[in-house]
Ligand binder design. Sequence first.
Ligand SMILES: Cc1cc2nc3c(=O)[nH]c(=O)nc-3n(C[C@H](O)[C@H](O)[C@H](O)COP(=O)(O)O)c2cc1C
Length: 217
Amino acid sequence: MPYLSPLDTEGDPEKAGGMATIIEHTPPYFVGYFVGSLSEQSVNRALARALIRLAPRELEFTEMVIKDLPLYNRDLDGHFPQVAIDFKAAIAEQDALLFVTPEYNRSIPGALKNAIDWASRPYGANVIARKATAVIGASPGAIGTAVAQQGLRSILSFLNAPQMNAPEAYISARPGLITPDGEVTNPATEDFLRAYMVSFFEYIERVLTVVPGPGRE
Ligand SMILES: Cc1cc2nc3c(=O)[nH]c(=O)nc-3n(C[C@H](O)[C@H](O)[C@H](O)COP(=O)(O)O)c2cc1C
């Protein structure tokens, strides 16, 4: 989708002789996804697989792997371990980030918070800033990770990441709702998740139009 960029003109079209630059953003759009659970049997990993299956084919997904990160320690800000350097570089390459997470004690799991802390540091090198984001999660309970998602939204706000506000998605994961390889057994849930990913695709496109990320400027 074309848009008029102030970037070459420092916001002043006169500086470009009255001309504005038109930048085309074309798919595919690159989406990094986080699974907040480390469990082999994770229902959220199954949900992530379902979302990828149902997403518009213009989206390309890469997992942002959180399980190998050590605990964040600011004493390492000057010399990050290689695993954290690679993790941040992988995030930086994405157009958008999708968080698929369980709720732990009415918050997000510590492993996910730890990963976000690495991504946000050292100060001034936060790679989550300006990424189009969406949050979703599944739990066996009736409220389907709603409280954890609110907490995650607060973190993403602080990190200056634009968030898809609607649709919200709180998945109450009854046994068998999603198979381990991401098949959704309930047609209404499948339709809902497909529509959610279409909305995310449209949201990514809008965010890239307004605040293009590094490499797209
Ligand atoms: C430490 C811990 C805390 C939990 N706290 C909550 C909670 O606050 N709300 C909730 O709905 N489920 C809670 N649960 C249950 C999880 O939703 C459930 O284990 C879910 O399957 C975890 O997601 P996963 O299958 O992707 O690992 C908790 C589970 C654990 C292990």
